[in-house]
Design a protein. Sequence first.
Length: 207
Amino acid sequence: MNDMEGKYENKQKDLELTIESKEQVSEELEQTKTTIDELSKRFEEEKEQLKEGKREIQKCQMASQTFKAERNSAKQKAESLSKEMARVHKTSTEQQQKWLEHEIALNEEISSFRKQKRDALEELEESRSHHILAMQAHHNAGIDGEAVRAVGQRAELEHVVAELTEYVNAQEMQLETMRAVNRALTEELAATSFAPFCQQCMSKREE
């Protein structure tokens, strides 16, 4: 009788251990499922961030192409203006007045163009920050393939930023050179009867 009771108690303990083990496994499975769901959600969010980053790169590339075209146009205008400046010394007062009016309009156009470049660079910098965050998120999630693509996209974006920065710096130098030449010419013209108009032009350019 005691043997039967002992066997029964042992089986009862085994059953309790089995039930406890089953509950523990079920709990672990539930936790694993929750973790998988969270990772899947994060992966989808990061994929969307990468898509947004690609769209930003495309916008930046289009902006870069537009700026290159405008750069060439500005270069042609600057060359034309330099030739015009050389000719002004030999022209009449009426021709000098027309040139100065053209110079004022060009300075206003360049000022507007510089503002567009600054806005574009700010947009590019913001896009670059988004890419860095996306790359870090993919690295933390262990999605190496997507991270490698994010690095490539970041390098491409940095190349676009470098091109635009180089162009803006060149425009700054070109504008300062143009202003120096214009000031010298205005000082020469100040000795003529055209002086009042020249002084007005100088004031507008310095603004």
